[in-house]
Each structure stands twice: as C-alpha cells, then as structure tokens.
Design a binder for this molecule. Sequence first.
Ligand SMILES: *[C@@H]1O[C@H](CO)[C@@H](O)[C@H](O)[C@H]1NC(C)=O
Ligand SMILES: *[C@@H]1O[C@H](CO)[C@@H](O)[C@H](O)[C@H]1NC(C)=O
Ligand SMILES: *[C@@H]1O[C@H](CO)[C@@H](O)[C@H](O)[C@H]1NC(C)=O
Ligand SMILES: *[C@@H]1O[C@H](CO)[C@@H](O)[C@H](O)[C@H]1NC(C)=O
Ligand SMILES: CC(=O)N[C@H]1CO[C@H](CO)[C@@H](O)[C@@H]1O
Length: 451
Amino acid sequence: MLRLYFFISLMCLVKSDTDETCPSFTRLSFHSAVVGTGLNVKLMLYTRRNWTCAQVINSTVLGNLNVTKKTTFIVHGFRPTGSAPVWMEDLVQGLLYVEDMNVVVVDWNRGATTVIYNHASSKTKKVAIVLKGFIDQMLVQGASLDDIYMIGVSLGAHIAGFVGKMYNGQLGRITGLDPAGPLFNGRPPEDRLDPGDAQFVDVIHSDIDALGYKEPLGNIDFYPNGGLDQPGCPKTILGGLRYFKCDHQRSVYLYLSSLRENCSITAYPCDSYRDYRNGKCVNCGIPQKESCPLLGYYADNWKEYLKQKDPPMTKAFFDTAKEEPYCIYHYFVDIITWNKNIRRGSITIKLSDRAGNITESRINHEPAVFQKYHQVSLLARFNQDLDKVATISLVFSTGSVIGPKYKLRILRMKLRSLAHPERPQLCRYDLVLMENIETVFQPIPCPKLLM
Ligand SMILES: *[C@@H]1O[C@H](CO)[C@@H](O)[C@H](O)[C@H]1NC(C)=O
Ligand SMILES: *[C@@H]1O[C@H](CO)[C@@H](O)[C@H](O)[C@H]1NC(C)=O
Ligand SMILES: *[C@@H]1O[C@H](CO)[C@@H](O)[C@H](O)[C@H]1NC(C)=O
Ligand SMILES: *[C@@H]1O[C@H](CO)[C@@H](O)[C@H](O)[C@H]1NC(C)=O
Ligand SMILES: CC(=O)N[C@H]1CO[C@H](CO)[C@@H](O)[C@@H]1O
C-alpha cells in the first residue's frame, strides 16, 4: 500500500516536473468539445536553442525569440475532439531543420475545440487580433514584417489572412494548408485568405470537395491529384475518422515532405487538372527558371515570377504517390504511328532496370488519337525514378472489351524524363503493339540530332 502511494506520488512528481520545464500544446478532452471552450491563445516558441522544449511567450516576454531572424507562426484549425494536432511536432522540427529561425506554435485549442464548427470559425478574427498584438511588440523590438511567415492550416489559413490584412499585405509570406471551405467558400476577400494578404501567398488544396476551399486564394495554388481525393486515403466511411480528415491533412504532410530532403514535388502551372493529365502543361512557361515551381517550403523561390502575372495568381497541378515521400516522376512518351486509319486508345508503360526494380505508369490520360505520322506525347507518371532503364514494356488498349482487336504500328517511341532532361532519351523504332498484349523490348539511346 505504501509502495503504491510512493509510486503514485512519484508519477505526479515526474509529471508536474516535465509540465513545468517543457510546456506543451493544450490537450483537451472530448468532453470539452461537447461543452465548448472559451478562447485562449497560447504562444509557444521553439528555436535551435530549444528544439523540443517550448518556451511560453507573450507580448511582454519574448524569451529566446531573436527578432533579427525569420519567425514562422504555425496556426492550426478546428479541433473537434480537443486533441493536439498529430503533425505539429514534425512541422516544428522540420522548419528548424531547414533554417535557423523562430518557430511559434499558436495554440488556440481553447477556442478551436468544440463539436460545433461555427463556434470555432467565429473566433478566427479574435485569434488574429491577439497575433497582431504580439507581432506589434516584435516590431517594437526591431523585427521586420518581411521576416514574418505564417503557416495556417484549415481555419488557421484564414486567421493568417486576417493578420495579413491588418498589415496591409506587408507580412513576408503566408502558406495556407487546405484553407477551410465551409462558411468561407464564396466569401469576399475581406472574410478569407486572399493573395493580397502577404508579399507572397502559397496554398495547397487537398480536399476541395469537403473540408477545403475550392477556388484559388494565393499567388500560387497547388492542387495535388486535382485537389479532390488523395491516394491512400479511405474512400468510404468504413475508413473511420480517417475518412473525414485524411484528404484535408494531406496538405500538411505534403508540405512536411518538402522540409525533408528525400525528393522534391514539382508542380505544373496549368488551367485545369485535366490539361495537366493530358500532358499539356509540362513546359512551365517560366522564362527565368528552368524548372517548374516546387511545392512547399521552397515555393517562394518562384515568388518574383508568380507576382508578375496579372492577376498574380497561378494554379498548379501534380499527382502524388499514396505515401511519403509522395513524389512521382514524370516522363514523356512520344509516339509516332503509321496506321492507315486513326486509332484511339491509351498506353500503359512499365519500366525495369537491371537490379530488378519495376515501375508502372498509371493510365490516366484520356484516350489518345494516333494519326499517321503525327507525334503524340503522353505524360507518364511513375512512383520510382529508375536511373538506368533496361527494358520498357508497352500495352495498347482501346478500352473496348468486345469487338475486333486492333494493332498500333509504331514508327518510333521515345521516353524522356522531365525531372532529368539531361538523361539520355530512350528510343525504339518499328514496333507493332497488339491490343491488350504486353510488348517488352530493350530501348536504345536516341540519336542526338533527331528531333
Ligand atoms: C507574459 O508572461 C509572463 C511570464 O509568463 C507573465 O508574467 C505575464 O503576465 C504575461 N503577460 C501577459 C500580457 O500575458
Ligand atoms: C540573433 O541572431 C543574429 C543573426 O541572425 C545573431 O548575430 C545574434 O547573435 C542573435 N542574438 C542572440 C541574442 O542570440
Ligand atoms: C526521408 O524519408 C524517410 C521516411 O519517409 C524519413 O525517415 C527520413 O527522415 C527522410 N529523410 C530526411 C533527410 O528527412
Ligand atoms: C533498385 O533496386 C535496388 C536493389 O534492389 C535498390 O537498392 C534501389 O534503391 C532501387 N532503385 C530505385 C530507383 O528504386
Ligand atoms: C538553451 C535554452 O534556452 N533552453 C531553454 C528551453 O526552454 C526552457 C523553458 O521552456 C528553459 O528552461 C531552457 O533554459
């Protein structure tokens, strides 16, 4: 009995000890969500001096915050269960990993926690006013608005926008991660995030048919997988709670992957997802830069170019894999055919290397029209980037199950990597594809002078 008593008091001691030295994000229960919570904004500072242990700061006590450095605020959204955001720690660590900066977690869990979304959304402007008060003090201490960066998730994206409006768009940058749609869709710019809210506004839309905002809100708006359903997320309610938030949260995980150095997600400026899929938008049209914009932390490298546009708004599309690091690799397959009659159909491509890696493109282009001596360029997307392709396999399909089987007579096919244009292009001449039958061959490097 006594031992148990000691054990319990020891546990209490340990707990209260860590609570005192390392403040953490407010954790509330579902009960709080049911009864609702009053607004309280807590600011927690992390720096390279304090990577994992936060300092609670406010407008009078700035702690280790060094006003000469960049300051990134992370603003979360609606919390229907009262829990802490699962991605918060990774985001803080990721930011500190890429740059020596101040990271301020804006914990407004008291306020965001409620089962009634309208109650949380009605507090967004109040949170913005608290942040304005804090930033004003930073300015007094010598900070510059240029160095202020706000990352807002869901409702947090609009909060960041409201702060930006109070500084007439002079904040350095705002990133909106799937800005909240419900109650904000269709609202005028003063009631939501807007491209004028900061010197640069970039947005990732990953759930435009449910929790996210559909229309563009920034200087660049990224629509992964078209912005609708994200690969790897449950498609039905049988997926449980994940069904509701997986697409929405994917924007955060995509942003996070840009902070790790595994691969970079390239996005293609385009009018529509359909045009992107049909390979119409891979040239980027960015004269100063050779590459297309990257998603995430480094998107602001394209700031000058993107802001020159009139209006300064660009939509960009790309597909992703279903799990980290989410990158997929784009190739063009150029095909010239010589069938007498026009053929319509799609082509599936499989690549393999000598080590035995195999990667297959998803067929999601619309049926292509193959016309004698005309070149058709198909955009192929692979989950792996094989450096040295040993064999290529092609399957031609018209998509009809009944009826005659067709042949596609290929004069020349060419495979070229978009991510690595310097790699040798691979060719194959004189090939006949029988419908729905796999044809495997070894490509040869294309002659240099051939177009
Ligand atoms: C700021 O924090 C300090 C120390 O935690 C506290 O004493 C002070 O009252 C706070 N000021 C405001 C304005 O909340
Ligand atoms: C603040 O950061 C600057 C460089 O960004 C550095 O020179 C200075 O020493 C830092 N101040 C403190 C108190 O760490
Ligand atoms: C690359 O990704 C893996 C798993 O996705 C992760 O464990 C690793 O930390 C990442 N690399 C870097 C440099 O972040
Ligand atoms: C190919 O396979 C080898 C050995 O199985 C592996 O080490 C390598 O990472 C793979 N390459 C790619 C691009 O997946
Ligand atoms: C190195 C450093 O400044 N560490 C600080 C981290 O934050 C806690 C309070 O949250 C301080 O006690 C540490 O001194």
